[in-house]
Design a protein around this ligand. Structure first.
Ligand code: FE
Ligand code: FE
Length: 197
């Protein structure tokens, strides 16, 4: 499947599944579009804007239902989403997404007022996701390649739960997303050549 068709299918899920709420006051689609908007306003690089737009994409792919957290289930949406997106986007997009839950657990450990600022749904899922990080977990997290981007993404995430805030639609990021998908293709080739040698 070519990149355009892949992106069509990817963006289609915003329309088909983005109307769900997952415990927040905004729909999943509005939440992700607002995240991208906040990232762009902050002057984030394209890869991080894309990561913000797609950070909860795993919710579209998981089959546990939107009220999974109410039943004590962690869907690992950050892993499901990152694994899927890594097939099409460079790690600079998938990496921060994979770490965005751990970034929350980290920020709760180092900034006590961050925990209080979390939405009720986010505090509920925190417990299921492993809770506030220990000192050892914090040190290990900071060694991750995309830890800093994941922390930035986390701030955008929390700023993106505003009912009624109208922002550009996911569809409007199409050229940027296509350019990022092309970057992933470019980086793959040398790896393949090494594998054959
Ligand atoms: Fe999330
Ligand atoms: Fe989110």
């Amino acid at each position: 499947m070519n990149r355009n068709a892949t992106l069509d299918r990817l963006l289609e899920r915003f329309a088909l599944l983005g109307g769900r709420h997952y415990g927040e006051d905004v729909t999943q689609r509005a939440h992700m579009e607002q995240s991208a908007y906040v990232a762009a306003k902050d002057g984030a690089p394209d890869a991080l804007i894309a990561a913000a737009l797609l950070h909860d994409y795993g919710h579209f792919l998981q089959r546990r239902g939107e009220d999974a957290a109410d039943h004590g289930i962690d869907t690992h949406h950050e892993v499901i989403g990152a694994n899927y997106l890594a097939r099409y986007f460079p790690e600079s997009v998938a990496g921060p997404i994979r770490l965005h839950v751990n970034a929350k657990r980290y920020l709760c450990a180092v900034k006590p007022d961050y925990h209080d600022s979390l939405s009720a749904a986010s505090r509920q899922s925190l417990v299921l996701q492993g809770g506030i990080m220990t000192a050892g977990e914090c040190a290990a997290f900071l060694k991750e390649r995309f830890a800093e981007d994941a922390i930035r993404l986390r701030w955008y995430d929390e700023e993106a739960k505003r009912p009624g805030l109208a922002v550009p639609a996911a569809e409007s990021y199409r050229p940027m997303l296509l350019a990022l998908m092309a970057q992933r293709g470019q980086r793959k080739r040398p790896e393949k050549r090494r594998a054959r040698a």
